[in-house]
Each structure stands twice: as C-alpha cells, then as structure tokens.
Ligand binder design. Structure first.
Ligand code: GLN
Length: 410
C-alpha cells in the first residue's frame, strides 16, 4: 500500500517517543544470521511435561471461554498459598491479586492504575527495557538512579537515591533478582529504600519474576537475614516492615516454570490498588488465557524439590558461561540471581555496543542485547552487552565454541 502523504499527527507523541524492543529485535536478527541466541531471555529447552499436560487437560475439559477478569479462583488461591509458603505473607485472593497477561501487563497496568501525569517514578539504571515505555505510556516522569558495578557486584549510592525522592515521587521500581545486572538486593538495601518510601509516601513496584533463580544459598527466605549480610537470598519488599501496604508485587509463571510464551503473570497489591489495577486490566486485555491459569494453579503447588532443581540447573549454567565469557575477553562479575550477565566490552575497541553486537551476530555467530537498551542515556551502555544463559547446555557449548574466535579481536 502506498503511504498517504502529509497526514499529520497520525502517530501519538507517546508512541513516537520510544522504539521497538531491542531485546525482541535481537531474536529476529539471531534467526536471520543463524546466530546462537543469548539475547532474549527465554529458555530454549522444553517446559516441564506435567505442567504442559495440565494445560492440555484444561483445554480438553473445556476451560476455553473467558475466565473471571482478575483471574481463575483456583489460580489466585494457589498464588496466595505460594506467597504464604515462600514469603510468609498473608494475601487475600479475593481482593489483593490480579492475574495479567504476563508481568509485562502487570507492570503497565499497575503504573496506569496509580501514576498521574507528571508524577515521578524512580528507576534503578541499568533497567529492564520495558520500564521506559511503561513510564511514557503512563505519563510518568522517570528519574534514574545509577547502579554501579564493582568487584563486589552492583550497588547504588544511598545519597543519590535519597536525592531522587521528592514530593512529586509516586513510585519506585525495584527488580530483584535484577534484570539485566544479576544483582540481588540485600535486606539492608531494601530497608533503606523502604525508609524513603515511607518518608515520602511512595509506592514500590517490585518485579520478582526471577525470585527462584538465585545462587549459592538456601531456597526459602523464612529465616530473617541479618542486616549487612550480603548472602544472596531473595527478599520481597513486601516483607520489609511497613511496606506490605505500599508494595505492588509483579510476578509471573514465565521464568520459574519456563513458559514465557504463555503470558500468564500476576500482581499482588493492597485492596485499593488492586481494585484500580483490575479495572485497568479488564479494559486492556479482559483476562489471561483461562486454561493456562488452570495449569498455573498446578505449577504453583509444586513441591520444594522443583525449585531446588531449577536453582541447581541455572547455577551450573551460570558457573559454565561466566568463565567462558571472561576467557573470550569480556569483563564481568558473577550474577547473584536471574539469568543474565552484563559484560564490559571496552577491551575490544568498538565504537559502541550496537556495532559490537552486529559484529558478534554476523561474524562470530552469537546474539546478545546491546547494553544501551538498558539505559536512558545510551552512552552509559555503549561499552556493555548483556548475555543470557537460560539455554540448553548444548546451546551454551555452541556459543562457547564460537566465542573462542573473539579473543583474537582484542
Ligand atoms: N525478560 C526477558 C529479557 O529481558 C524477555 C523480555 C521479553 O521479550 N518479554 O530478555
């Protein structure tokens, strides 16, 4: 079709102000050039057989029409039970849970439900790329607080975070375990953020989709972690004193059960916020896939051994890929959680991360995500790329073989 000439204002300022997802674009590039895809974070191995079977059974049993808009009751009950089991929190499935189409919808619905035009939302940087369009679509003004990398992992400066809070601040987004850095926020850090949230009456959105992908420690967080202890243990902001009533937990089946394509997520929030989120969610999507929520109720009831197995698998993948990356000349720390490694490419002398990524995909045959897509100021990520390692061992081995050619480029 020929493009109509000179029709003004066809595209909204909002839609024009952000680009398509670089993460998803890299998957298309990987396919085009036959590269091993260590870009977009999705498993290339099979989802668990029993979970798939439950989904097939639910379709056969004819759970094929709309579910109740805020989620199938058995699934919400399972979410409440799992939240009690792992975080020790009492959540009312009737008034505090909304099932969404992935955590992506959960986050944007949460922001649309709470943030007014011009209000500020604090975002640690680097950040998962969705948060930037989320802020634009909800008319929020993002305020970035840097995470700095050092030998001891990633940290923020307390005075810089404090300086970001003011009377216009409506919310802060905390993703822990963190995409893209692999940081796991410590209890002490969460307590500091919590103090500021209470002082400035701010809502905390916590993206907890990697809660079970966390390394070198016990799985549940039932014992209180002592202040200052840097042992990586997942703690939800909602567990910090005084934060339950101001925390919006965003979570999903995607990463814990290796079903990123199902698009089933959920939001746990106090009743007044849940009420608003449910309205926004209803008019955005009506609801998430009914049969998959039935399978989700089963998945969330799996025993401890499932989570231990997942953790062990990912730990061995992390322990394999990090030395491979370092040997290839990429500088990086050890992720404490999630399944990403943010690496420094400065030794290769490329003009920027996009040039390096193109080279890596086309000449070396490995796809990654350019670091700049995790920064508001692209120059801050211009010497970084993100690798993911949620892939079959043979995929990681194929990537390792290809990356051997990289060292000679330094
Ligand atoms: N969370 C994954 C990533 O960061 C996948 C993102 C997506 O494409 N929805 O790669």
């Amino acid at each position: 079709m020929t493009q109509p000439k000179q029709i003004k204002n066809r595209i909204s300022k909002k839609a024009a102000s952000f680009t398509e997802s670089v993460i998803r674009e890299m998957t298309r590039e990987a396919m085009k050039y036959g590269a091993v895809n260590l870009g977009q974070g999705f498993p290339d191995f099979a989802a668990p057989e029993d979970i798939k079977r439950k989904a097939m059974e639910a379709i056969a049993e004819d759970y094929n029409q709309y579910a109740i808009t805020w989620g199938v009751k058995s699934f919400r009950d399972a979410i409440a039970a799992k939240t009690k089991r792992f975080l020790g929190l009492d959540v009312d499935p009737e008034t505090e849970i909304t099932v969404t189409c992935g955590s992506t919808e959960g986050m944007i619905a949460g922001m649309l439900a709470t943030v007014d035009a011009g209000e500020e939302v604090i975002v640690f940087e680097p950040f998962y790329e969705n948060y930037a369009p989320d802020a634009i679509l909800s008319d929020a003004k993002p305020v970035h607080v840097p995470l700095y990398s050092s030998e001891n992992g990633w940290h923020f400066e307390k005075d810089e975070l404090r300086a970001a809070f003011n009377e216009k601040t409506k919310a802060i987004i905390v993703c822990t375990p963190n995409n893209p850095t692999g940081k796991v926020f410590s209890r002490e850090e969460l307590e500091y953020i919590a103090e500021l949230c209470k002082e400035f009456e701010v809502i905390c959105f916590t993206d907890e989709i990697y809660e079970h992908i966390i390394y070198d420690f016990g799985l549940t967080n039932n014992e209180n972690q002592k202040s200052g202890d840097r042992k990586p243990v997942h703690i939800s902001m909602a567990q910090i004193e005084g934060m339950r009533e101001r925390t919006v937990i965003v979570n999903s089946l995607s990463k814990t059960y290796s079903v990123t394509g199902w698009r089933v997520g959920y939001v746990i929030a106090p009743p007044d916020i849940t009420n608003a989120i449910r309205k926004v969610h209803d008019f955005l999507t009506v609801g998430a896939a009914n049969p998959l929520q039935h399978a989700g109720a089963y998945a969330l009831s799996l025993p401890e051994s499932y989570y231990a197995g997942l953790q062990k698998e990912y730990q061995s993948k992390r322990d394999y890929i990090v030395p491979v990356l370092r040997k290839a000349g990429l500088k990086c720390g050890m992720p404490e959680g999630a399944y990403y490694v943010m690496t420094d490419i400065s030794d290769f002398g490329f003009a920027d991360d996009v040039e390096f990524t193109k080279f890596l995909i086309r000449e070396i045959g490995v796809a990654v995500v350019p670091g700049s897509s995790f920064y508001h100021d692209k120059s801050l990520g211009s010497q970084k790329v993100r690798f993911c390692f949620c892939k079959k061992n043979e995929t990681l081995e194929a990537a390792a073989e290809r990356l051997e050619k990289l060292k000679s480029k330094i």
